[in-house]
Ligand binder design. Structure first.
Ligand SMILES: C[S@@+](CC[C@H](N)C(=O)[O-])C[C@H]1O[C@@H](n2cnc3c(N)ncnc32)[C@H](O)[C@@H]1O
Length: 365
């Protein structure tokens, strides 16, 4: 029997709206408190074992912490409002990582000594001996976030969602969900197309959390995902098979060379990929996304905020690339993705900022 990670929708619809909102706020608050406690303990331990790490980061000012808290609250409010407007069902707001948490949270701690060893030895490209490394681009063979085996083991795939949600103080999915309103809006161009003929691709789908949210929003559409990690695709397959609706088609592929025909998708999304690519690969991926988008289709990118839109957060962005192994991040935060999208042929409709993420909404004419 699989453990439910989302509450019963009938139960939620029988509660008065104010009560559901309180429950949502409480749910988010508890994740925030937990994430902060986890990070405080883990940072203190790491600073004790690897004291040199303290010299490479700067403390955040109280004003910046307040601004961060304000942005987080705004993100949760928009998430709630979008569910109220019917962009997606309210029960997806309560989707939790509980099954993973119960099974894999101890491993997050057990992995720490390996991370300390890599930090001390400055080793950022180490993989277990049995991991196949042939055929991957060189930029990909990294222990991103000092993660054991990078993206190339099942164990890494099991820990990834927990680690990302802790990093983002419990709102990783709320950040992913910000692609859904513009995606749904963009698909209105194809209102004469039967819903089940609408095709949507999530590029670098990882463990499938964005696809899970897209499925909740577009229950009838044909969904597709590509990723370079077989292990993350296995994890995505597990998560997405819990939903009795049609399973998204998951393909092991490099986003620089998508295996789909030209003009195929009505909508595309790409979440948290671009900061992990060198500049040339960012352009290649955008070019490929343009090629496979149908005229009239929408492409939405979600990734980290950048220096141009959030200069006040420069300290935090520098801490991020210093504390986690993110070799392309400093270049990414200075990159102009709008220009890259236009170079590929897209029209940039708008950019948005939510919490610590930025969104590019683009259309192919
Ligand atoms: C930070 S994770 C983001 C995963 C997911 N989109 C999410 O929201 O959590 C980056 C993902 O990009 C994938 N990736 C990196 N380079 C890629 C490439 N060139 N082609 C396809 N996937 C790639 C990784 O395997 C990993 O799953």
């Amino acid at each position: 029997m699989s453990m439910q990670s989302t509450p019963n929708p009938n139960l939620l619809s029988s509660l008065p709206e104010a009560l559901t909102k309180l429950a949502y706020q409480g749910f988010q608050q508890s994740k925030s408190v937990f994430s902060l406690a986890h990070k405080t303990i883990s940072d203190r331990l790491t600073d004790t074992i690897v004291p040199s790490r303290q010299n490479i980061t700067t403390s955040l000012s109280p004003e910046l912490l307040l601004e961060l808290q304000k942005r987080r609250n705004e993100l949760c409010e928009i998430d709630w409002q979008d569910a109220q407007k019917g962009v997606y069902p309210v029960d997806i707001l309560f989707d939790s990582l509980l099954p993973d948490f119960l099974r894999y949270y101890p491993e997050v701690w057990l992995d720490l000594p390996k991370i300390w060893a890599r930090l001390q030895q400055k080793e950022y490209q180490t993989f277990a001996k049995d991991i196949e490394k042939e055929g991957y681009p060189r930029y990909y063979l990294q222990n991103f976030h000092y993660q054991t085996d990078g993206y190339l083991s099942d164990s890494s795939a099991h820990l990834y969602d927990l680690q990302v949600d802790i990093l983002f103080n419990g709102v990783a999915d709320s950040m992913r969900r910000r692609i859904l309103a513009p995606l749904k809006e963009g698909l209105k161009t194809f209102s004469s197309v039967q819903p089940y003929h609408i095709k949507v691709l999530d590029v670098a789908c990882g463990t499938g959390r964005t696809l899970k949210n897209i499925r909740a929003t577009l229950p009838k559409a044909s969904l597709f995902g590509v990723d370079l990690s077989p292990a993350y695709l296995r994890k995505a397959n597990q998560l997405l098979s819990e939903n009795p609706k049609e399973l998204p088609q998951l393909t092991h592929a490099n986003a620089e060379d998508l295996p789909h025909p030209d003009n195929f998708f009505h909508g595309l999304s790409c979440v948290f990929l671009f900061h992990e690519l060198p500049g040339f690969a960012r352009q290649e991926v955008i070019n490929q996304c343009f090629r496979v988008t149908k005229p009239g289709g929408t492409f939405i990118i979600c990734d980290s905020m950048q220096l141009s839109d959030s200069p006040e957060f420069e300290v935090m962005m520098n801490n991020f690339s210093a504390m986690f192994h993110e070799p392309y991040y400093q270049d990414y935060i200075r990159d102009n993705l709008g220009e890259r999208l236009e170079k590929a042929g897209f029209e940039l409709i708008e950019t948005q900022l939510h919490f610590v993420s930025k969104y590019w909404i683009a259309r192919k004419h």
